[in-house]
Design a protein around this ligand. Structure first.
Ligand SMILES: *[C@@H]1O[C@H](CO)[C@@H](O)[C@H](O)[C@H]1NC(C)=O
Ligand SMILES: *[C@@H]1O[C@H](CO)[C@@H](O)[C@H](O)[C@H]1NC(C)=O
Ligand SMILES: *[C@@H]1O[C@H](CO)[C@@H](O)[C@H](O)[C@H]1NC(C)=O
Ligand SMILES: *[C@@H]1O[C@H](CO)[C@@H](O)[C@H](O)[C@H]1NC(C)=O
Ligand SMILES: *[C@@H]1O[C@H](CO)[C@@H](O)[C@H](O)[C@H]1NC(C)=O
Ligand SMILES: *[C@@H]1O[C@H](CO)[C@@H](O)[C@H](O)[C@H]1NC(C)=O
Ligand SMILES: *[C@@H]1O[C@H](CO)[C@@H](O)[C@H](O)[C@H]1NC(C)=O
Length: 571
C-alpha cells in the first residue's frame, strides 16, 4: 500500500500555538456576535466562547481546543470539540449534557434541529448542552477508513452483500478491517474512543463551571440515549463522585459493548415483533391493514412467516414510474431488515408496516418503495442496520465509519472473533438470542471489528466496570421499554445492578428508548428525578398514553414530534 497524506480536520487554524488548548491572556477576544451556520466558521478557543448559531435565538455554539491526550505530556497534538447549547433563557440554570447515541450520532445536529424535544421531555428550565464526540461530524480528529488520498478510492469499495455466502461475508469484513487499520496506522483516529470523549466531557464541565465563576467542583448532569448510555455508564464508572443526575434511556449492556460482540442487543427483538401482531390483532381490521382474515394473533404471525418464505421464492419487482424512480426487487431480507428497523419507532411505523405487508401479500410493493424513499433522507447508520454503507462514502463525515471505528477502539483487544470459526460461534449466539433479530445483527454489527487492530493510547483505555459495585454521588435513573428491538430491558437491569442505589424505570411499549412512545407517566418520573431528586419506586412500570394503531395524532405538533423522535430513533 502506498503512502497517503495525513488527514487533517477541516477548519483548524494552521497557525495555532503549540499547545493551543492552554488558555492565553488574549484568548476569547475574538468572539463574534454574528450568526454562524458552520463550525468551520467558529475560531477554536482554549476557553468556552458561545456564539449565536443556526439562526435560532435559543442556540449558541462553541468550538473548544482539547489536548489529543490529556495524560501524555509528550504529545502536544490537539483537536477540537464542537459544542451546542439550547438555552432555557437563564444562564444560571442547570446544564444537562446530552448524547443521542451511535456511536457516530451528531449531538450538534440533533440539538440544532430537535433541542425543543429534549426541553419538552426533561423540563424547560434546563439548558441542554450537546456536542459531537471525538471523531464525529464537527469534532476532530477525522474518522474514516479512507483518510487523505484514499478518499478518492472509497467509491471502488463494495461490501459483500448480506445474502452472500458466509465465508465471503467473513472475508469481506476482515479485508475491510485490515485495510481500515492500516490506513489509520499514522492518523489520529485512535484518540477517539469513548473514554477520550468522557475526558472531554469532564474537561468541558470544569471549564464551564469556571467560566460561570462558580466555586467547588462541577456536577455532571447527563442524559444519554442508546450508545449514549454507554457514554453515561463509562462516565459514572470513571467519575462516580461527580455525578449530579444521570438518566440513561434505551440501554446497551456496557460490559458487552467493551468486547465489540453485543449479543444482548437482540434479547427483546422477538418481543417487539410479537407486539406488532398483538397490537394489530387488538386494533382490528379497520385500523390494521395486515389484519386480513386472521382469526388469531398466531395466524397473523404465521402469515408473516409465509410471506417471507414466498418472497424468498418469488421476490416482488417494482418498476412503476409513478411509484419509484429506479427499478428494484423486494426480497425476504429486505422485509426482515425493514421490519426490524421499523420496530425502533413502533408508534409511528406499525400502521405503515401493516400496509407494506398486506400489499406484498398481493404482490404489490408501492408502500414499501414509498417508505424507503421517505426514510432515505434520514437513513444514517444505526445500531441495527449495516455497519457500513456500501453505497456512498461521504468524505466530509460518514457516520457508519465513525460507528465502526469508535466501537472497535472500545473493544480494543477484547474482541473475540479472530477466525471464521469464531465468527460462526458468535453468529450462533445471536441466532439463539433472537429469531427475528439474530440473523441480521450477526451479519452487520457482530463482524464489524474483524481485522481491526487500532488501540487507544493507554490513558484512553477503559479498565472495565467494577463488578463488585460502583457508588455514584447521586443514583442513576435507567429507563427502558419492555420491547426494545436493539437495547433490551435486561441491559438496563444488568447495568443497574452495577451502580449502587440506581433504579430501572420500565415503560410498557415497543420501541427504542422510552421517548419512542408518549407516556406522561415516564416523563413525570424523569422530570421529578431531575428537579426533586426523586427516584421511582423499584419495579415501576409506566404505561404509554396511546398504543400503536390507536394514535389519533393531534394536528400541528404531531409531524414535528414524529421527526424529532425518528431522528433520535435512527441511532
Ligand atoms: C515522555 O518522554 C520521555 C523522554 O523521552 C519519556 O521518558 C517518558 O516516558 C515519556 N512520557 C510518556 C507519558 O510517554
Ligand atoms: C494529528 O493531529 C495534529 C494536530 O494536533 C496534527 O498536527 C497531526 O498532523 C495529526 N496527525 C496526523 C497523522 O494526521
Ligand atoms: C435561573 O436559574 C437559577 C438556577 O437554577 C435559579 O435559581 C433562578 O431562579 C433562575 N432564574 C429565573 C429567572 O428563572
Ligand atoms: C453535521 O453537523 C451539521 C451541522 O453542523 C449538520 O447539518 C449535519 O447534518 C451533520 N451531519 C451528520 C451526518 O450528522
Ligand atoms: C439470514 O439472512 C440472510 C440474508 O441476510 C438470508 O439469506 C438467510 O436465509 C437468513 N437465514 C436464516 C436462518 O434466517
Ligand atoms: C386468508 O387469506 C390467505 C391469504 O390472503 C389465504 O391464503 C387464505 O386462504 C385465507 N383464508 C381464509 C380462511 O379465507
Ligand atoms: C402491557 O400492556 C399490555 C396491553 O397493551 C397489557 O396486557 C400488559 O399487562 C401490560 N404489561 C405490564 C407489565 O404492564
Amino acid at each position: 500500500m502506498g503512502r497517503f497524506t495525513t488527514f487533517v480536520t477541516a477548519g483548524l487554524a494552521a497557525t495555532a500555538a503549540a499547545r493551543p488548548w492552554e488558555r492565553r491572556q488574549d484568548d476569547g477576544d475574538d468572539s463574534t456576535d454574528s450568526m454562524v451556520y458552520d463550525f468551520a466558521d467558529i475560531e477554536p478557543s482554549a476557553d468556552i466562547v458561545w456564539v449565536p448559531c443556526f439562526d435560532d435565538p435559543k442556540l449558541s455554539c462553541a468550538n473548544l481546543y482539547v489536548p489529543m491526550d490529556y495524560y501524555d505530556d509528550n504529545n502536544t497534538d490537539w483537536t477540537t470539540i464542537a459544542w451546542i447549547k439550547y438555552s432555557s433563557g437563564n444562564d444560571s440554570a442547570q446544564d444537562i449534557l446530552f448524547n443521542p447515541g451511535g456511536p457516530g450520532g451528531s449531538g450538534i445536529d440533533y440539538v440544532a434541529t430537535s433541542g425543543w424535544f429534549l426541553a419538552e421531555t426533561l423540563g424547560e428550565q434546563y439548558n441542554i448542552i450537546s456536542f459531537d464526540p471525538r471523531g464525529v461530524n464537527n469534532s476532530g480528529p477525522g474518522l474514516t477508513c479512507f483518510p487523505g488520498d484514499l478518499a478518492d478510492w472509497s467509491d471502488w469499495y463494495t461490501a459483500a452483500s448480506l445474502t452472500a455466502p458466509l465465508p465471503e461475508q467473513y472475508a469481506s469484513n476482515k479485508a475491510y478491517g485490515e485495510f481500515c487499520s492500516a490506513a489509520n496506522a499514522a492518523t489520529n483516529a485512535s484518540f477517539s474512543g469513548t473514554v477520550a470523549t468522557t475526558q472531554d466531557i469532564m474537561y468541558f464541565i470544569d471549564e464551564n463551571h469556571l467560566a460561570k465563576g462558580l466555586d467547588g467542583s462541577a456536577e455532571l448532569w447527563f442524559y444519554g440515549v442508546s450508545y449514549g448510555t454507554v457514554m453515561g455508564q463509562t462516565l459514572a464508572a470513571l467519575y462516580p463522585d461527580r455525578i449530579g443526575r444521570m438518566i440513561l434511556d434505551g440501554n446497551v449492556y456496557g460490559v458487552q459493548h467493551y468486547t465489540g460482540v453485543i449479543t444482548s442487543d437482540v434479547d427483546d427483538t422477538d418481543i417487539a415483533f410479537h407486539s406488532f401482531f398483538q397490537y394489530c390483532y387488538a386494533a382490528g381490521p379497520a385500523r390494521c391493514a395486515f389484519y386480513g382474515n386472521s382469526t388469531t394473533q398466531q395466524q397473523m404471525e404465521d402469515r408473516y412467516i409465509s410471506l417471507l418464505q414466498k418472497l424468498r421464492d418469488e421476490p416482488v419487482g417494482y418498476a412503476d414510474l409513478d411509484v419509484a424512480s429506479y427499478p428494484g426487487v423486494v426480497r425476504d431480507v429486505d422485509i426482515s431488515s425493514t421490519a426490524f428497523s421499523m420496530m425502533y419507532d413502533a408508534l409511528t411505523n406499525f400502521p405503515t408496516l401493516a400496509v407494506i405487508l398486506s400489499e406484498l401479500e398481493n404482490g404489490v410493493a408501492d408502500a414499501y418503495v414509498a417508505y424507503q424513499t421517505a426514510s432515505s433522507d434520514s437513513s444514517i447508520a444505526s445500531r441495527s442496520i449495516s455497519a457500513r454503507n456500501p453505497v456512498a462514502h461521504d468524505p466530509n463525515y460518514d457516520s457508519s465509519e465513525a460507528l465502526q471505528l469508535i466501537t472497535c477502539l472500545d473493544a480494543n483487544t477484547n474482541y473475540p472473533v479472530d477466525s471464521y470459526d469464531d465468527f460462526l460461534d458468535a453468529r450462533a449466539l445471536y441466532m439463539q438470542e433472537s429469531f427475528y433479530g439474530g440473523n441480521g445483527t450477526s451479519l452487520t454489527n457482530m463482524p464489524m471489528c474483524v481485522g481491526m487492530s487500532l488501540s487507544p493510547p493507554p490513558s484512553q483505555r477503559f479498565p472495565g466496570f467494577e463488578l463488585s459495585g460502583i457508588s455514584t454521588a447521586f443514583p442513576i435513573l435507567f429507563t427502558n421499554t419492555l420491547a426494545d428491538p436493539i437495547t433490551p430491558i435486561s441491559s438496563a437491569e444488568a447495568m443497574s445492578a452495577l451502580f449502587g442505589g440506581s433504579v430501572v424505570l420500565a415503560q410498557n411499549s415497543t420501541g427504542h428508548s422510552v421517548t419512542s412512545s408518549k407516556s406522561q407517566c415516564s416523563v413525570q418520573y424523569m422530570q421529578e428525578y431531575l428537579s426533586e431528586g426523586w427516584l421511582p419506586p423499584r419495579d415501576t412500570v409506566c404505561q404509554p398514553d396511546v398504543l400503536p394503531f390507536m394514535d389519533e395524532e393531534e394536528e400541528g405538533g404531531g409531524e414535528r414530534r414524529r421527526l424529532a423522535v425518528r431522528r433520535l430513533r435512527s441511532w
